[in-house]
Design a protein around this ligand. Structure first.
Ligand code: PGA
Ligand code: ZN
Length: 429
């Protein structure tokens, strides 16, 4: 066995919304050893890497990805064939050079990432170990899942501006127990939602949380709190669960006026920070993602100071890009980075961002995209990073359960060395 890449193949497949995305295969010594699917967002940040779509209105209303597929089977294949499959970093940077643009506009981030992830899988297979262990033999931390029970924003057809109302089972004994707690709470929430809004309100959004007619910020918290209590759990720092939000606020921020429009009320930045403070004074708020607009580094500094007990996560703010993270770290904007591989478009660059985050005391939260497939790759990544936290939707749709189920497998494989991050999700021990 030479361990050399002998071929790459790719195809157009569908994500959970029925939108085309890329699947890539890597052959080593003429054997198919690595396959990976590329996730894609809908509530995307302005500074994300470029997703190459065909733009042909006669196929998928322009959303086809045949050009990206051709780039994998053409120029990317030409550069990778003959290389040692375990040279992940050299391979990723060869593709970045081949593209030659800062945001991967030539080949498409979806083409480069598909190849990058499939190479990682093939490297692990050639080494005969699971992906998380191939990427890090010291991997042992099982993450706290951020469960988005109530969905709004761009991922749901309702009027709730805030995209995700989250429960974090920080007091669980392990990942297995975290899943049990989640489902128990969700069943109580379902009954509460039906009692108030009827059965139709239990339809779910893209990431599996209920898409209810609730509005604003207070009502969703009241429902979460009741469901937690009915399930027999306690909310609080050091208790069973804490709460979280993904505000995705760039999407309800008016760039022209600088105002945030929430439930019919317009907020200046400082007034919005006051509102978050009020929430944090009434509920144990463990984590808030994108509380302010993606360009407002100063605002992120202010909100990070204003909520000392709360993790402030930059998603659209940082877009997994080490350059933007450097700006944030230098100023003290946020104290955690959302980690989405397709925002930056290669595994090596995403790992660079995570490492930079850790070195500067920032947390790393590995995340799904709203457009996922059944590929559970991010579960291996969060364990490889010893990241301590994952956001991968409610455990009710297969593209989400595939990740949770993979983490249950990994927890079992790790056995006695598995450590559930629990209360220390931002800085796992
Ligand atoms: P996206 O949404 O995958 O559509 O960007 C998820 C998020 O904003 O975290
Ligand atoms: Zn987000």
């Amino acid at each position: 066995m030479s361990g050399k890449i002998t071929d790459l193949k790719a195809r157009e497949i569908l994500d959970c919304r029925g939108w085309p995305t890329v699947q890539a295969d890597v052959y080593v010594d003429n054997q198919l050893l690595g396959r990976a699917d590329v996730p894609q967002g809908r509530s995307t940040g302005t500074h994300e890497a470029y997703v190459l779509t065909d733009g042909d209105p006669n196929r998928y209303r322009g959303l086809g990805v045949r050009k990206a597929v051709q780039n994998i089977e053409g120029p990317i294949r030409d550069v990778l064939v003959g290389r040692d499959v375990t040279e992940q970093r050299a391979i990723d940077f060869a593709l970045i050079d081949l593209d030659g643009t800062p945001n991967k506009r030539n080949l498409g981030a979806n083409a480069i990432l598909g190849a990058s992830l499939a190479v990682a899988r093939a490297g692990a297979a050639s080494a005969g170990v699971p992906l998380y262990r191939y990427l890090n033999p010291f991997a042992h931390v099982l993450p706290v899942p951020l469960m988005n029970f109530l969905n709004g924003g761009k991922l749901t057809a309702n009027e709730l501006e805030i995209q995700e109302f989250i429960i974090m089972p920080v007091g669980a004994e392990n990942y297995d127990h975290a899943m049990q707690m989640t489902t128990e709470i969700n069943e109580h929430l379902r009954e509460l939602v039906i009692a108030r809004y009827g059965i139709l309100a239990t339809n779910t959004g893209d990431e599996g949380g209920f898409a209810t007619p609730m509005k604003g910020i207070w009502e969703p918290f009241e429902f979460l709190q009741k469901a937690v209590e009915k399930a027999g759990y306690k909310a609080g720092f050091g208790e069973d669960v804490v709460y979280g939000l993904d505000c995705a606020s760039s999407h309800w921020h008016d760039k022209a006026t600088g105002l945030y429009m929430l439930d019919g009320v317009s907020y200046e930045r400082d007034a919005l920070i006051e509102l978050y403070k009020e929430v944090a004074s009434k509920y144990p708020l463990g984590s808030v993602e994108d509380p302010l607009d993606e360009e407002d580094f100063d605002g992120f500094v202010a909100v990070t100071k204003a909520l000392p007990q709360t993790q402030i996560v930059g998603d659209d703010l940082f877009v997994t890009n080490v350059e933007r993270l450097r700006v944030g770290v230098a100023r003290g904007a946020a104290n955690a980075m959302l980690f989405k591989v397709n925002q930056i478009g290669s595994l090596s660059q995403a790992f660079d961002s995570a490492e930079y985050a850790y070195r500067h005391g920032y947390g790393v939260q590995v995340s799904e995209r709203s457009g996922e497939t059944e590929d559970p790759l991010i579960s291996d990544l969060v364990v490889a990073l010893n990241g301590g936290q994952i956001k991968t939707g409610m455990p009710i749709r297969s593209e989400r359960t595939s990740k949770h189920n993979r983490l249950l497998q990994i927890e079992g494989e790790l056995g006695s060395v598995a450590t559930y991050a629990g209360h220390h999700f931002r800085r796992p021990r």
